[in-house]
Design a binder for this molecule. Structure first.
Ligand code: A3D
Length: 320
């Protein structure tokens, strides 16, 4: 059977890391695309030259021509600009919306059967716009954020409890922004929910609240440290988990920005929800029962996403 083809649209910090991870995991042949001529070609060659050392079989190439992503099985989109200190994700909207238009059209014309994972910020609005511009089916276009936000939450919790990250599960819902909703009730250590762990004296409610807030601010914390850009190792690892679930039909239950039309009382919107990812793309949206407080937080997050989508429509009349 031929190898899968993975197109990475955007070959910056995340794009390069995605290429390296996809190669190490032998998920398929990788095509790096970027408008900055030389960057995708240079990164592709550099990673290809690591293959004899690491022992992976995956062809790597770099391009500035959309024709080279033809018939890709997966497209992961990181094209655009990233945050600098002091910027919010929403500040990127105007610039990255234009980028989503060219990327969406490039995918539509060259890889219309791909499973598309958007990472470009502000995530929930950009994945919505990318879907509109590409015209691909909604279940084949999604956004990466929930896995990253959950991973950050899991890391902080494992650190607090001095247990392995492998035994910590976490659930984060809603938009990828300051209003994201880390759900403590559905987050566990080996099945023991966080509120029970507070009762057991493993941590205090105050410490747990601080960890929830640190999770919400997780992206800004890295931006503040790096000063020149935003996180890229954990975002890339998270998107690779989604691509692998699709390519290997793993039916993984993963939180991601998915098209919601009916579930959670929402319609015609991309927002972070638990999903099942397999060969059919987003095969299912898992609708969990939220309590009043959680529902209120989710609604607030949805409102923030809706505001950004409206702003997109205001900027580009073809989206209205
Ligand atoms: P960066 O290293 O700047 O790479 C972006 C790349 O996109 C650059 O190489 C640009 O040349 C390229 N580019 C710009 N315009 C186009 C275009 N029209 N077509 C093709 N390529 C283009 O950024 P990065 O890799 O660090 O981040 C990429 C995006 O991911 C940014 O928007 C970040 O805000 C976002 N991001 C999202 C998350 C989420 O969890 C959702 C996390 C971290 C970063």
């Amino acid at each position: 059977m031929a190898r899968a083809k993975i197109a990475l649209i955007g070959s910056g910090q995340i794009g390069g890391t995605l290429a390296h991870l996809a190669a190490l995991k032998e998920l398929g042949d990788v095509v790096l695309f970027d408008i900055a001529d030389g960057t995708p070609q240079g990164k592709a060659l550099d990673i290809a030259e690591s293959a004899p050392v690491d022992g992976f079989d995956a062809a790597m190439s770099g391009t500035t021509d959309y024709a080279d992503i033809a018939d890709a099985d997966v497209c992961i989109v990181t094209a655009g600009v990233a945050r600098k200190p002091g910027m919010s994700r929403d500040d990127l909207l105007g610039i990255n919306l234009k980028v989503m238009k060219s990327v969406g059209e490039g995918i539509r014309d060259n890889a219309p059967n791909a499973f598309v994972i958007c990472i470009t910020n502000p995530l929930d609005a950009m994945v919505w716009a990318l879907r509109e511009f590409s015209g691909l089916p909604h279940h084949k276009v999604c956004g990466m954020a929930g896995i990253l936000d959950s991973a950050r939450f899991r890391h902080f919790l494992a650190d607090e409890f001095s247990v392995s990250v492998k035994d910590v599960t976490a659930f984060v819902l809603g938009g990828h922004g300051d209003t994201m909703v880390p759900l403590t009730r559905y987050s566990t250590v080996s099945g023991i929910p966080l509120p029970d762990l507070v009762d057991m004296g493993w941590t205090t409610q105050d410490k747990l609240d601080a960890i929830v807030q640190r999770t919400r601010d997780g992206g800004a914390e890295i931006v503040g440290l790096l000063k020149t850009g935003s996180a890229f190792y954990a975002p890339a690892a998270s998107a690779i988990e989604m691509a692998e679930a699709y390519l290997k039909d793993q039916k993984r239950v993963l939180p991601c920005a998915a098209y919601v039309d009916g579930a959670y009382g929402q319609s015609d919107l991309y927002v972070g929800v638990p999903t099942v990812i397999g060969a059919g793309g987003i095969e299912k949206i898992v609708e969990i029962k939220l309590n009043k407080e959680e529902q209120a937080m989710f609604d607030k997050s949805v409102d923030a996403v809706k505001g950004l989508v409206e702003a997109c429509k205001g900027i580009d009349g073809s989206l209205a």
